[in-house]
Design a protein around this ligand. Structure first.
Ligand code: MEV
Length: 447
């Protein structure tokens, strides 16, 4: 390693060993042997490692996350075992418990309401707005037909451009317009397709404006600022729902009856509709489930989250995404969620575990995957609210937390059982558990 090279200039050109050595030299304050440490986080199959390295830049190793499954999901009368990637304890268990609860109460009903994706060409132009609006209408067909070579394949799969409109944004800012395009991208998430079409449309639009015979002087000037899909897809929506007669909800912890449970649950959902502070945590719980499946199937969880949060604030106040009704003795818990997902293209076919996840899900198409992902979100939310309005969230959480601490402290089976009993009604903290284990070890209870 070149000792004198103390800036990150040309860093990206170094090979993995050189990058590791560079970080060893510049980024570590202790004497950890980084190369040795990271070598156990390389895939044993070098071909697979090459694929993983290719997903990002400056990769040194892999960052393992738990890959688990939540069984018991009945969605539209079909049973699924759902793969989930998440680092938070209790999430997978909660999803699967909630799914099991609803398995004997008719399962989850899911329906994709629409699958439209959006993209925009944002630009500035100065002149009479009627002139440009009319000109766009005249040129619209030509703009679209100019992309035909590129859109033909998507068209043959049943997708392509659905519509194209010029939207006047001049009330927001003088001179600001956007071309809004709607797309059907079938089983792909569609980001590359949409962005390519938008860039082609923008180039042609610029050409048309610059060469428009009745546009004069400044009217021939257009500033195309950016062409990009929108991750907000309020017309790419799935509806998921569970329900049963209130008395069929059964009995809950702390002797809570079905009626009391339903009432408290209804109010918990209502509170998330009314209070943005609660709504944020409520929706975070939904995304615990959603993100975990989105990640496991190689989809873009940042896009899905961004979209969900924008949707949650669509009437001007941030609100809980799920809803609950109790009409005529019938309990109904449901949610409409915007989700732009793919089952072909991108990471879905490249990441070996994403491929496996889709296989475990019986190779769904994109709409089926939307139904599965939203179902997990709804179940996650049901599980969290069920705990919150009955035992409180900490009981279940703390058991998992305790078990993580015990594993970390390499507790034996006997110590594990003793600690579980000891901490059933006591405060779990790392230092408390360590102290208790030390005590057990002192009195000789280990094996
Ligand atoms: C924790 O990750 C998620 C919850 O806080 C969600 C909720 O409060 O609804 C339990």
């Amino acid at each position: 390693m070149n000792k004198g090279k103390d800036k990150a200039g040309g860093f990206s050109k170094l090979n993995k060993q050189q990058k590791t050595a560079w970080v060893q030299e510049h980024g570590l304050s202790d004497d950890t042997d980084l190369n040795k440490f990271l070598s156990s986080y390389q895939h044993i199959n070098t071909d697979v490692q090459k694929i993983l390295d290719g997903f990002s830049e400056n990769t040194l190793a892999n960052f393992p996350m738990p890959f688990g499954v939540a069984p018991h999901f009945i969605i539209n009368n079909e049973e699924y075992v759902v793969p989930m990637v998440i680092e938070e304890s209790s999430v997978v268990a909660a999803a699967s418990n909630a799914a099991k609860f609803w398995k004997t109460r008719g399962g989850i009903k899911a329906e994709v309401l629409s699958t439209i994706k959006l993209g925009h060409v944002h630009f500035f132009w100065n002149g009479p707005k009627e002139k440009i609006l009319l000109f766009f209408e005249v040129k619209k067909e030509e703009l679209e037909s100019d992309c035909e070579d590129f859109t033909a394949k998507m068209k043959s799969r049943g997708g392509g451009i659905l519509s194209m409109n010029l939207i006047d944004m001049t009330e927001e800012k003088s001179g600001y317009y956007k071309i809004e395009m709607k797309f059907e991208t079938c089983d792909s998430m569609g980001a590359n397709f949409i962005n390519t079409v938008l860039e082609k449309i923008a180039a042609k639009w610029k050409f048309f404006i610059q060469n428009a015979p009745n546009f004069l002087g400044k009217e021939k000037e257009i500033d195309i600022v950016l062409c990009i899909l929108s991750n907000y897809t309020p017309e790419c929506i799935v509806r998921v729902e569970v329900g049963c007669p209130i008395q069929d909800l059964g009995k809950f912890s702390n002797s809570i009856s079905a009626e009391i449970f339903a009432q408290k649950f209804y109010r918990a959902v209502l509170i998330a509709k009314l209070d943005p502070y609660r709504a944020t945590t409520h929706n975070k719980g939904i995304f615990n489930g959603v993100d975990a499946v989105v990640l496991a199937t190689g989809n873009d969880f940042r896009a899905v989250e961004a979209c969900g949060h924008t949707y949650a604030v669509s009437d001007g106040q941030y609100r809980g995404l799920s809803s609950c009704t109790m009409d005529n003795g019938q309990f109904k818990f449901f949610m409409d969620l915007p989700l732009a997902l793919g089952t072909i293209g991108g990471l879905t076919n490249l990441h070996p575990l994403a491929k496996l996840s889709l296989k475990i899900l019986q190779n769904p198409n994109a709409t089926k995957l939307m139904e599965i992902v939203a179902s997990v979100g709804l179940m996650q939310n049901f599980a969290a609210l069920k705990s919150l309005v009955t035992t409180g969230i900490q009981q279940g959480h703390m058991r998992m937390h305790l078990s993580n601490i015990l594993n970390q402290l390499q507790a034996t089976e006997k110590e594990f059982a003793a600690a579980m009993e000891h901490f059933a009604h006591k405060l779990v903290s790392f230092s408390n558990v360590r102290e208790y284990l030390n005590h057990l070890r002192k009195i000789g209870l280990r094996n």
